[in-house]
Design a protein around this ligand. Sequence first.
Ligand code: NAD
Length: 177
Amino acid sequence: MALGLKNSIVPCTPKGIISILQRYDRELFGKHTVVVGKSNIVGKPLANLIMEKTHSTITICHKETKNLQEFTKQADVLIVAAGVPNLITEDMVKPGSIVIDVGITRIEDQTKKSGFRLVGDVDFENVKKNVSLITPVPGGVGPLTVASLISNTLEAFTNQNQRLIEETTQKSQKAIP
Ligand code: NAD
């Protein structure tokens, strides 16, 4: 994946995030992307994919980063995958930037039937006033992760069963009078 080789399966959450970015600004030429979080399932593969698929400059922050705000305020694209509710507040984002919230945390909420609600890492209500694009939680990155999982499953099956697919296609074409 890091080398951008064909037939390599891209981890689902980073794949979904890249699809959002590419819909809005395919190349991110000269932009600064800041990723908060460096886990194996989100931060690391995501940083690799951004390097591979875009022309933006990348900074990776994590829990030992001193003065996180200094970095996040420089971000044209800010992607947060820390698992810390309200980590990113209004004063930490650049006006007009794109903010992708990956975080999902269950917090207690007795007004809900389930007794909890899901929140992201970004103070959505306040940050949204200042940015050009922001993904909500729930309903943002999560559904795209699911969509990527389905597309990866099909891709993996296709990679492994090319001959079977060709034979089946030929048979079904022959069956058409
Ligand atoms: P993780 O715990 O493995 O990694 C968290 C990363 O965030 C670490 O690199 C850590 O250094 C960094 N971090 C923690 N606290 C920080 C702080 N205060 N400041 C800066 N950096 C900090 O978690 P993960 O598996 O990468 O998941 C992160 C979040 O994303 C979780 O809330 C998880 O539920 C969510 N998630 C969502 C999806 C989705 O589809 N939306 C998929 C995967 C994970």
